[in-house]
Design a protein around this ligand. Structure first.
Ligand code: UN1
Length: 505
């Protein structure tokens, strides 16, 4: 068996990727998908042009008029069938994700599991799109609010979760009655093609071709068209803070709605009384997992003075044992960075760290060869360093120490981003302090759990420069719908609210 057999399992023939009906093969120029494992080309995908954009969007808008008439639980049934299909392809799809962007296979399959989980969530949700009923101040009047589909939704996703983030948006948007156009990262077009093939296999026989559409193309071309297009009432975008500023500005200029899930600068506070083994494992997964390329990756740790030295020494020893290599090899813990430009960014960051007086305790080097491999890196940092305030999408972890919890929380909250955070402690007061209104300022705050690897059931997203959006679980669905307040008068009078009398005589 060849290592790349998962491609044929997914129906991917690199020379013939499939039809145009649902978008992905445009008539523009080719986009090469390469693997960061050795730089080789996996496939070449034709990108969408402005013309292709127009036809995908107009078809999606047309299908919306039909899809919104399908009762929500029936839409849920379609999503349930998608979930069944994702289950069948968990392994090959997980492998393709690994091969195309570099995360290890266990994490690739974990990502597909998130796709499955969100379909289950959305199926249940399809029978729970509840609106409230209010008591009217007027007699024999009924007042309530209901939720209607928004329309045709734009979904822009990043390379680091090339399937799951689309699924969080797509499954919820679909049960809410929306159609959608997905613009994936240009670094992971093949994963998007494989997913669209699965979608088509389920949707086409049901007559629902065109509910979920894929549009592979340049950000500066089709992405720009989408964010400026009034026909997209909502654009959900995941990526860097800079990208989010661009999307947010363009969408709000036309008074559209955006859902932004942007960069994080996530930290873990470890108190003297913490379970050290547990904290160590969480930090390792958070900082080294996905080669430091999750928006929830752990980038900073704050160690209380009593344990700081010992903890740092132990962590350094743990880092030495991280096995780096082919992400499809089951013994590998850390695969490559996504591409050579990510590797260049890592090199520049190491340079800046040194210039700013950071002490590299471990790592700091790239690993020679055709792949984009680097060493996981530990840095003894100081608060004067400016680079610690930035999100460098690489496995670089900054270590700080602190005396008391108040000062740790101050340092923790001093950055611009506000996605995920956690504290390791066995002290109930410290836990509650961290979770209180004067504690962590992030959208996600955990106790004795790391910063990454959130479950889909909770609303996912962050504050400040992370963009304020919420995706996946809880009541995130509301952003994919429009709320309508209805008042029905079933009396034979017309009393006005606020007791106003407005008569001619
Ligand atoms: C992201 O990196 O954009 O919480 C999403 C986590 C994953 C999702 C990360 N469930 O780490």
């Amino acid at each position: 068996m060849s290592q790349l057999d998962f491609l044929s399992e997914l129906g991917i023939d690199s020379d013939n990727l499939g039809g145009y009906s649902s978008g992905w093969l445009g008539s523009g120029d080719n986009l090469e998908s390469t693997t960061p494992v050795d730089g080789s080309t996996i496939a070449s995908v034709k990108q969408c042009t402005t013309e292709n954009y127009n036809s995908i969007v107009s078809n999606s808008k047309k299908v919306f008029r039909k899809w919104r008439m399908e009762p929500a639980p029936k839409r849920g049934e379609v999503v349930r069938l998608l979930g069944e299909e994702f289950r069948k392809y968990k392994e090959p799809l997980g492998k393709l994700i690994s091969w195309e962007m570099g995360k290890i296979q266990a994490e690739g399959e974990g990502e597909v599991q998130e796709m499955i989980d969100i379909t289950d969530f959305a199926v249940g949700l399809s029978r729970q799109l509840y609106g409230k009923t209010m008591h009217s101040e007027r007699p024999l009047h009924r007042m309530y609010e209901q939720w209607h589909p928004l329309g045709n939704i734009g979904i822009i996703t990043a390379f680091n979760f090339p399937g799951a983030v689309w699924a969080w948006n797509a499954m919820i948007a679909a049960v809410c009655g929306n159609t959608m156009v997905w613009k994936p990262s240009s670094k992971t077009p093949l994963t998007a093609v494989a997913i669209q093939k699965i979608v088509n296999r389920v949707m086409e026989p049901l007559g629902w071709d065109g509910v979920m559409n894929l549009m592979i193309g340049r950000g500066r071309e089709v992405g720009d068209l989408m964010i400026n297009d009034r026909s997209f009432p909502l654009v959900s975008a995941t990526g860097s803070c800079d990208m989010g500023r661009k999307v947010g500005t363009a969408v709000s200029k036309r008074l559209g709605r955006s859902l932004l899930e942007l960069g994080g600068n996530n930290a873990i506070i470890v108190m003297d009384d913490a379970d050290i083994e547990m904290a160590m494992s969480a930090i390792l997964f958070g900082a080294v997992g996905t080669t430091g390329q999750r928006c929830t990756s752990t980038r900073r740790i704050f160690l209380q003075k009593g344990i700081a030295d010992k903890f740092t020494e132990k962590l350094t020893n743990t880092y030495k044992q991280v096995r780096i290599g082919n992400p499809l090899d089951s013994s590998t813990l850390m695969g490559p960075l996504v591409d050579t430009s990510a590797r260049d960014t890592y090199v520049q960051a190491i340079e800046t760290i040194k210039n700013e007086g950071g002490e590299i305790l471990y790592g700091g080097n790239i690993i020679d060869g055709d792949g984009c491999f680097v060493e996981p890196t530990l840095v003894q940092a100081n608060s004067e360093m400016s680079i610690v305030r930035e999100e460098t999408f690489a496995p670089i972890l900054y270590i700080f120490s602190f005396d008391d919890l108040d000062s740790a929380i101050d340092m923790h909250n001093s950055v611009d981003q506000g996605l995920s955070s956690s504290i390791f402690t066995s002290n109930v007061s410290a836990m509650e302090e961290f979770l209180s209104h004067r504690g962590s300022d992030c959208g996600i705050a955990n106790v004795n759990i790391g910063t990454s690897g959130a479950e889909i059931g909770g609303a996912f997203g962050g504050e400040k420069d992370t963009g304020g959006g919420r995706e996946a679980g809880s009541d995130s669905w509301k952003v994919y719908m429009r709320r309508q307040t209805n008042t029905i008068n079933w009396s034979s009078n017309l009393p006005l609210a606020q007791g106003i009398e407005f008569n001619l005589d």
